[in-house]
Write a protein that binds this ligand. Sequence first.
Ligand SMILES: NC(=O)c1ccc[n+]([C@@H]2O[C@H](COP(=O)([O-])OP(=O)(O)OC[C@H]3O[C@@H](n4cnc5c(N)ncnc54)[C@H](OP(=O)(O)O)[C@@H]3O)[C@@H](O)[C@H]2O)c1
Length: 237
Amino acid sequence: MRVALFGATGGVGAALLDLLAENEGVGAIYAGSRSSVIAERPKITPFQFDITREETIADAAACMSGGGPLDLVLVTTGVLHEGSMQPEKTWRDFSADSFVHAFAVNATGPALIAKHMLPLLARDRKAVFAALSARVGSIEDNRLGGWASYRASKAALHQIVRTCAIELARQRKQAICVALHPGTVDTDLSKPFQRGVAVEKLFTPAYSAERLLSVIDGLTPADSGNAFAWDGARIPF
Ligand SMILES: NC(=O)c1ccc[n+]([C@@H]2O[C@H](COP(=O)([O-])OP(=O)(O)OC[C@H]3O[C@@H](n4cnc5c(N)ncnc54)[C@H](OP(=O)(O)O)[C@@H]3O)[C@@H](O)[C@H]2O)c1
């Protein structure tokens, strides 16, 4: 199995990388990060990219295209807070810059990765493109309000996943394109917002990664175009 992982230095991304590297069924992993370079290990080919710069994604895809078709593409990047960008509590907090940045990283970025990576998926067997999303991106599930730019960017990601899945099914009958919710995971992204989360509901990155790989394992082409949580339950859009 050949895997491409965009976001290998994130909390969930690094845990997925560790699990995939240990898996005997995985022969090669392209592990992409923005800031720090992943150390070379057996099976792992590091690369650098910035999800807001399409040329870096295109360069990564060009390097991978010579190595044969991919079985799994994982997008584990995402932003909730960065510098002055903080999740909004009320519409009074809305700022154009926060919306632009949330959409660039959480929606446009995964769309551009899909553009360059879906053509590299295997045609003759199951192949999966999975982008990490969040349950709060579900419009139907939104009862609490708040976090508008993050929610909206993840809802946009769901629409992108559905749209790509429809096109993908015309070319690759066994291919699957989904969004996945990792649960509430103890990472830098969730750190400022963990107060009030019950201990048993705050997952370690390793647990979340193990659950996500198990969900991916169980996916069939009939699941393509949808969002699933760490426990395999479908999340309404
Ligand atoms: N943690 C949770 O409770 C939780 C809950 C629901 C959904 N999620 C989703 O799960 C995914 C992973 O989150 P996490 O908790 O692992 O967060 P994290 O530890 O903060 O990791 C985020 C990752 O995104 C990367 N990234 C951000 N901007 C980037 C850019 N411009 N170019 C390339 N990479 C960029 C970061 O790269 P650097 O390492 O270079 O900074 C990092 O690898 C996200 O999509 C998040 O929305 C998380």
